[in-house]
Design a protein around this ligand. Structure first.
Ligand code: NOJ
Ligand code: CA
Length: 692
């Protein structure tokens, strides 16, 4: 190969800092741009084309010529104000590619590639230019042309909700359309055979891929349409019934990053920081007004049917009527909340969430006319805001605000300032928001550009009032918490609540061993773990949690969130003080995270070091299969002795036959020690390592 062609070639490629991932790209004879990705000398993404269709312009996908900027190498470290670790390495190689149409309008489009040791990201940038101003995107065509029929862990490409169970099938066997019309969902729309992201794949040789997006701002969420014959994924943006286009933008602007995490083992996927690294640095500055915390709350009792969100709705002749009279089952009463405050204060739990405190719940699920109904400043008559705030403050507990918008977005938008100002007045620094139901205005979907902007604007505004946001029925996490660290957590998956009421058997034991390698790659999860009364037959005979008690404890370490609920009823915790001790002790904010072992959908063990105390915590969970393995404690600080308190499955534990069987152990350990771990079917283990 002559020197010239070698230079040309390098100009059309870039590799990861460790050289294991290589991206090459070019334009073909028709002037179509394509890229190829290799991992360890194997092609994982073969020739894949990109392009855009618009409603106000001709497509932009051919007749292109390319100029490429020089390579930029970045090596830096940044710190998370709260997170899975303190220091994040951000090392990548970057190239900017300029494309321009050779004829006609000579429109320009840039593509920016960043290649990391744990994967790649690329985004499109529409520069300022004479012939492109308003950009109405009908669809983005980004291809991911796979080279193997991967084992794939997927949920359907639902435009309205991510609360589906994960499926495990070959790529060629993905059939998302079978999940249309799910009985337990208040909203769902699956227009075609597509999947939502993150979608994770495991190859024959142990190659792991996960597809997602980063920095989703002023754009639509991306689903991936599956071509089961050609093993090809193609971006399909979430649309709206109100416009022919799916995204409306004005040049100059950039799209979100299209990301592929690429590793040769499952644990490395969880340790990957690709998604947060592809976001901009912190724009809020000091956010120390938000403290990571555990919380209890008036919540599970409503899902079990012990109490209710609303104050006075009654069934009259088969129709729900707002009677205005108390039915006596309202959960958010001053008295009940005080007992949660007492319980939290006694058990080293920082917060209490109160759902159902405000007026509007009489017209919630199923009502068409939801605009103007929910009110985010007016409490029900049996909830004394002042008294509770005062009481909480005395006990050193923070009340967590709840805003169920019922997806009536205009009503919420109108009240944002007054609602957040009320919180600031009472020193409340976090809100759980909710978007149950079909979006109002009609025709919009939860994951389209209108809602992306709604969620982002609400969170950015909340920061002005020192309010942190944990949204349910949210848009997917795309690492924006780096830029806006008041975006603390979110739902965006089938949460614990499904175990209380879904008619399909709840979340199976494999749910969280899948979630850890799929949804959790996107960011923190408000799963609400810690159900002790696993079968709760006194409330619901045909529902239950499908894990052991030790598995529930392990989730405090396995699932990452800076707000972590102790979700069960006070009386269920008080009946089991030995197990409660772990919730009392476990941290929520970490300086280091180590994923010790795991396979997608089977099991995972994670160790995390608490920032405040330097104590370590370990959680391991398994699916419906029992397992034995050894863990080396070499993550512990060398030379330090720890008191290990172990919460493990009892000998006869089983997620269904004997979920409450739990055993306790304690011993002194050092980093040179090994532990033999046994997990029951659907089981888990939780360990705290306290420095001695
Ligand atoms: C759905 C949320 O996921 C759940 O946690 C909440 O209790 C209800 N909406 C009511 O807002
Ligand atoms: Ca939900």
């Amino acid at each position: 190969m002559g020197l010239m062609s070698c230079q040309v070639k390098q100009n059309k490629a870039l590799t990861s800092p460790n050289q294991e991932i290589a991206v090459s790209f070019d334009v073909n004879e028709e002037g179509q741009f394509y890229y190829i990705v290799n991992f360890k000398n194997k092609t994982v993404i073969d020739t894949s084309f990109v392009g855009f269709k618009f409603t106000n312009m001709e497509p932009l996908d051919k007749d292109l010529e390319m100029t490429v900027e020089g390579l930029l190498s970045v090596k830096e470290t940044w710190q998370m104000p709260w997170g899975e670790q303190l220091d994040v390495q951000n090392n990548f190689n970057k190239r900017v590619i300029h494309l321009q149409e050779k004829t006609g309008q000579q429109r320009q489009l840039d593509i920016i590639f960043k290649v990391y040791d744990d994967g790649i990201g690329f985004r499109y940038h529409f520069p300022e230019q004479p012939n492109v101003n308003e950009v109405l995107i009908a669809n983005e065509h980004t291809e991911f042309n796979l080279t193997e029929d991967y084992k794939t862990f997927w949920i359907p490409g639902d435009w309205d909700i991510y609360e589906h169970l994960y499926n495990t099938t070959k790529l060629s066997e993905i059939d998302a359309l079978q999940y249309r019309n799910h009985s337990s969902l208040a909203q769902t729309y699956i227009p075609e055979n597509a999947v939502n992201t993150p979608v994770t794949m495991v190859g024959q040789d142990g190659t792991h891929l996960s597809f997602h997006e980063a920095e989703l701002l002023n754009y639509s969420g991306m689903t991936l349409k599956v071509d089961t014959e050609n093993l090809n994924l193609k971006s399909n943006l979430v649309g709206s019934e109100n416009t022919a286009y799916k995204v409306k933008q004005t040049a100059p602007f950039s799209t979100p990053w299209r990301t592929i995490q690429i590793t040769d083992n499952a644990p490395a996927l969880i340790e990957s920081n690709l998604i947060v690294n592809l976001n901009e640095p912190n724009k809020l500055g000091d956010v120390s007004w938000f403290t990571p915390m555990k919380y209890t709350g008036v919540w599970w009792e409503m899902h079990l049917g012990k109490s209710r969100w609303d104050y006075g709705m009654e069934m009259v002749d088969g129709v729900w009527k707002d009677t205005g009279k108390a039915h006596g089952k309202h959960g958010a009463t001053t008295e009940n909340v005080k007992s949660f405050i007492d319980f939290s204060a006694k058990n080293n739990i920082g917060g209490v969430l109160v759902e159902g405190w405000n007026t509007g719940w009489e017209r919630w699920i199923g009502f068409e006319d939801r605009e103007g109904v929910f009110d985010f400043i007016t409490p029900y008559p049996d909830y004394n805001f002042d008294e509770i705030s005062k009481y909480a403050k005395e006990k050193g507990v923070e009340i967590i605000m709840h805003h169920e918008t019922s997806a009536a977005t205009q009503t919420y938008d109108k009240q944002l300032d007054t609602a957040y100002a009320l919180m600031q007045k009472y020193g409340m620094h976090s809100v759980k928001s909710g978007y149950v139901g079909k979006i109002l205005p009609k025709g919009e979907y939860h994951h389209g550009q209108y809602m992306v902007n709604h969620y982002n604007n609400a969170a950015i505004k909340a920061a002005d009032y020192q309010v942190a946001v944990n949204a349910h029925e949210p848009i997917k996490a795309t690492g924006l918490r780096r830029t806006y660290p008041n975006i603390i957590s979110r739902e965006g998956l089938r949460g614990q609540e499904f175990n209380a009421w879904s008619s399909d058997g709840g979340n199976p034991p494999e749910h969280l061993p899948i979630v850890a390698f799929t949804r959790m790659l996107a960011g923190p999860i408000d799963y609400t773990p810690g159900i002790f009364n696993i079968k709760f037959n006194e409330y619901k005979e045909s529902n239950q949690v499908n894990t052991t008690l030790a598995h529930q404890l392990a989730l405090y370490v396995v699932i990452y969130s800076p707000v972590q609920m102790a979700a069960d009823l006070i009386e269920h915790y008080e009946a089991n003080p030995d197990a409660l001790q772990f919730i009392k002790d476990v941290g929520v904010d970490w300086s280091e995270t180590k994923v010790l072992n795991g396979e997608v959908g089977d099991y995972v063990s994670i160790a995390r070091k608490e920032r405040e105390t330097d104590n370590w915590f370990l959680g391991a969970i398994t699916d419906e299969n029992k397992r034995e393995f050894q863990i080396t404690l070499d993550f512990l600080d060398e030379g330090q002795t720890y008191l290990a308190k172990v919460y493990k499955d009892g000998k006869d534990a089983h997620w269904n036959q004997n979920p409450l069987s739990i055993a306790y152990d304690s011993m002194e350990v050092k980093s040179s020690d090994n532990l033999d771990i046994k997990l029951a079917e659907g089981g888990g283990i939780a360990i705290s390592f306290e420095k001695m």
